[in-house]
Design a protein around this ligand. Structure first.
Ligand SMILES: NC(=O)c1ccc[n+]([C@@H]2O[C@H](COP(=O)([O-])OP(=O)(O)OC[C@H]3O[C@@H](n4cnc5c(N)ncnc54)[C@H](OP(=O)(O)O)[C@@H]3O)[C@@H](O)[C@H]2O)c1
Length: 304
């Protein structure tokens, strides 16, 4: 996609969003991970434009400060806030959740968005393969850590950024950490399958608490995604991104699920382009969803 096409798309899209989103987010508190880049940054800014107060979870001070500056310029007077954590480490996930819980009396929307694709296998200090840790365990731990604040804001929403990359992926419960063989795209696809399964199980388990949970595929988006995956993979993704959609368009379904009245009562869904989509058969396996929940709770040291 050329630069001219991108800017035309941005202008057309701004009008579309203004016309369609239609929900006033004044007085709402939105917590979002990965709000320093890509679709997370755009979603945070759009929700701030709609009146929401944003609480960012970021890992890098200077990128965090830049994101905060942009938010304050676009939506001043809303006391947006930021907390820092490396979301691939369980202790950090728990610390930042406790910090946010201490600072916020209620959370209306939690957007679990931070994620990455890694070209080589790396094991975190918790003994977890890092794609699994960052892309899945962080969603689980942060959501649990913020549960009481979400309940306090009921009706509240959890929006999990997944991906169509989950299609074709399968979970092997004997080897969730991919010790037997690692391929970057396969690890990524599995982690995104975890996002859809987690969302389904969350919707089922927390029904009746006034919290809905939905996941989405943003499309193939020209963000920093994949830039640090390394070697040929990084190069291949850079080339493919010439044909990707803009972050503005990629963020649209996040904003929609976080704000639209149309989905106020929808729970456990998977969305693409604002429409319900059917995830893969593996992502609709309720037994696997329940087992993944229990296994993740055990790994994270959280009561299931
Ligand atoms: N782009 C696509 O085509 C595509 C397609 C399907 C799904 N997705 C999903 O969309 C989500 C957002 O990705 P994006 O495309 O917007 O990519 P991006 O531009 O690379 O943004 C990723 C965000 O995650 C943050 N992050 C990464 N590692 C982190 C860590 N250890 N701790 C805390 N934060 C961390 C990054 O922080 P820094 O700014 O500090 O790097 C950044 O804000 C991901 O879940 C991805 O799987 C993307």
């Amino acid at each position: 996609m050329t630069t001219t096409h991108r800017s035309e798309e941005r202008i057309a899209f701004a009008a579309e969003t203004a016309a369609l989103t239609g929900r006033d987010m004044k007085g709402k508190v939105v917590v979002i991970t990965g709000g320093t880049s890509g679709i997370g940054r755009v979603a945070a800014e759009r929700l701030a434009d709609m009146g929401a107060r944003l609480v960012l979870v970021a890992r890098d001070k200077s990128r965090g400060e830049t994101a905060m500056l942009r938010l304050r310029q676009r939506a001043p007077g809303l006391a947006h806030d930021i907390h820092y954590a490396d979301l691939s480490r369980i202790a950090e996930m728990k610390r930042v959740a406790a910090e946010i819980s201490g600072a916020e009396a209620r959370i209306d929307v939690l957007v679990n968005n931070a994620g990455a694709l890694f070209g080589s296998r790396h094991v975190t200090e918790d003994g977890l393969e890092r794609t699994f840790a960052l892309n899945h365990v962080a969603y689980f731990v942060l959501t649990h850590g913020l549960r009481e604040r979400l309940v306090a804001a009921a009706p509240a929403r959890v929006v999990n950024v997944a991906s169509d990359a989950h299609r074709g992926a399968r979970l092997d419960f004997r080897d969730l950490q991919l010790a037997a063989g690692y391929r970057g795209f396969a690890a990524y696809g599995r982690s995104k399958l975890c996002n859809v399964l987690f969302t389904r199980e969350l919707a089922r388990r927390w029904t009746g608490r006034g919290i809905t949970a939905n996941s989405l595929h943003p499309g193939f988006v020209a963000t920093r995604f994949g830039d640090e995956s390394g070697g040929l993979m990084s190069y291949g993704i850079r080339v493919a991104k010439l044909f990707a959609i803009s972050p503005e368009r990629g963020a649209d379904t996040i904003v929609y699920l976080a704000s639209s009245d149309e989905v106020a009562d929808v729970n456990g869904g998977y969305f693409y382009k604002r429409r319900p989509a059917t995830p893969s058969p593996e992502a609709r396996d309720d037994q696997a969803a329940s087992r993944l929940w229990q296994e993740t709770a055990r790994i994270a040291g959280i009561a299931p």
